[in-house]
Design a protein around this ligand. Structure first.
Ligand SMILES: *[C@@H]1O[C@H](CO)[C@@H](O)[C@H](O)[C@H]1NC(C)=O
Ligand SMILES: *[C@@H]1O[C@H](CO)[C@@H](O)[C@H](O)[C@H]1NC(C)=O
Length: 187
């Protein structure tokens, strides 16, 4: 029963993945693997507004699985310290597009790697599949600071998706999260 429901959800997801945004051409998950920093974020949920000032350029590690799915481990500075969280992205029929079940929002979301050059930056769009509000755009970098023209590209993309200027953030680098010598072993 569970698998049937999951299969139906997966089929619907691959059909409903937004036709208007195309993923990176010839997307390669192997090249996309490894360490990234989230150096830009556009997110306009009202619940998120109080946290905007507290956001840091969190680190994440993309681990491709043999079946084409992805484990993403992200580290975040929280009031109780540096906390890691695992996200499991499931592949769709379209390379560069994934779905995942958000336990926080209790719904399936889809992820599109809109553009990446693998060695420097990645522009990622996240949607709620069944309710398009509170879309999120993230800019990932292989380093904590990216060139101004890439930051501009990210801002222009977020504005073109209807984000307000206040909702487009380029958070400061995170310090010691994960603590040096711990999480980095994962990469
Ligand atoms: C991916 O995450 C799952 C769930 O925690 C874990 O069992 C699995 O070993 C992970 N795979 C890799 C390759 O890290
Ligand atoms: C892609 O990455 C390379 C190497 O890091 C960099 O020199 C180049 O400028 C990047 N290309 C674009 C379009 O940003």
């Amino acid at each position: 029963m569970r698998t049937t429901v999951a299969a139906v959800v997966m089929v619907m997801c691959s059909m409903m993945v937004h036709a208007d945004v195309k993923p990176q051409r010839d997307f390669s998950l192997q090249k996309f693997a490894g360490k990234w920093y989230r150096v830009g974020l556009a997110y306009d949920s009202p619940n998120f507004v109080p946290y905007r000032d507290k956001i840091k350029a969190s680190m994440g590690i993309i681990t491709p699985l043999v079946n084409g799915n992805v484990n993403l481990t992200m580290w975040d500075v929280t009031p109780v310290g540096c906390v890691s969280k695992l996200y499991q992205y499931e592949k769709t029929t379209v390379p560069g597009q994934f779905t995942y079940f958000s336990t926080r929002h209790n719904m399936v979301k889809d992820i599109t790697v809109v553009e990446t050059n693998y060695t420097e930056f990645a522009l990622v769009l996240k949607h709620k599949v069944f309710n398009r509000e509170y879309t999120q755009v993230a800019l990932y970098g292989r380093t904590q600071r990216l060139k101004p023209d890439i930051i501009q590209k990210f801002k222009a993309f977020a504005l073109s998706r209807g984000f307000s200027r206040e909702s487009i953030l380029t958070p400061p680098p995170v310090e010691n999260c994960p603590p040096a010598g711990s999480g980095r072993q994962v990469s």
